[in-house]
Write a new protein. Structure first.
Length: 148
C-alpha cells in the first residue's frame, strides 16, 4: 500500500503542474493577442487617415456680390474621403456647414477625383481684396489665396 500511495501522489502532482503551466500559457497568449490588436488597429486607422489628402486645383474664383468662392479640389491620397470629412475656412472662418456649403459636407471623393465646390460667407467679400481659402481633410489642411 505504501508503494501505490507514492505513485498516485506523484501522478497527481504531475497533473497539477501540467494544468498550471497550461493555464499560465493560455493567459499569456490571450494577454499578448489583446495588446497587439489595439496597437495594430490604431496604426491601421492612422495610416488610412494619412492617405486621405486633398489639393486645391487652380486659383478659384470669388464673387463679391454674392460673397461666394468657387474652387476645385482633388483627392490626392489613396483612400476614399467620406462625407463630412472635408471642411472649409474662408479668411479663418469655418464655412462648411449644411447651409453655407451643402455640397462640401455631403461630398465623397475617390482617389484622384476632382470636384468643384462653392461656399459662401456671411462676411462681405470686397473686390480687390485677397482671402485665404483653407480646405481641411483627414490628412491635413491646404491653403490657397483667392482674389476677388
Amino acid at each position: 500500500m505504501k508503494g501505490i500511495s507514492t505513485i498516485l501522489a506523484t501522478i497527481l502532482i504531475v497533473i497539477i503542474v501540467v494544468a498550471l503551466v497550461s493555464l499560465t500559457y493560455t493567459f499569456a497568449v490571450g494577454l499578448f493577442t489583446t495588446s497587439a490588436k489595439g496597437a495594430t488597429a490604431g496604426t491601421e486607422a492612422l495610416a488610412k487617415r494619412l492617405q486621405q489628402s486633398v489639393e486645391i486645383v487652380g486659383d478659384g474664383s470669388c464673387n463679391a456680390v454674392t460673397n461666394n468662392i468657387t474652387f476645385s479640389i482633388r483627392n490626392s491620397g489613396t483612400e476614399n474621403i467620406g462625407a463630412g470629412s472635408l471642411s472649409v475656412l474662408i479668411a479663418g472662418k469655418l464655412i462648411s456647414d449644411a447651409s453655407t456649403a451643402p455640397n462640401i459636407t455631403a461630398a465623397t471623393m475617390s482617389p484622384g477625383q476632382l470636384k468643384q465646390f462653392s461656399a459662401w460667407t456671411e462676411d462681405d467679400l470686397t473686390t480687390g481684396n485677397s482671402y485665404t481659402l483653407t480646405v481641411s481633410a483627414p490628412a491635413g489642411s491646404v491653403d490657397k489665396t483667392v482674389s476677388c
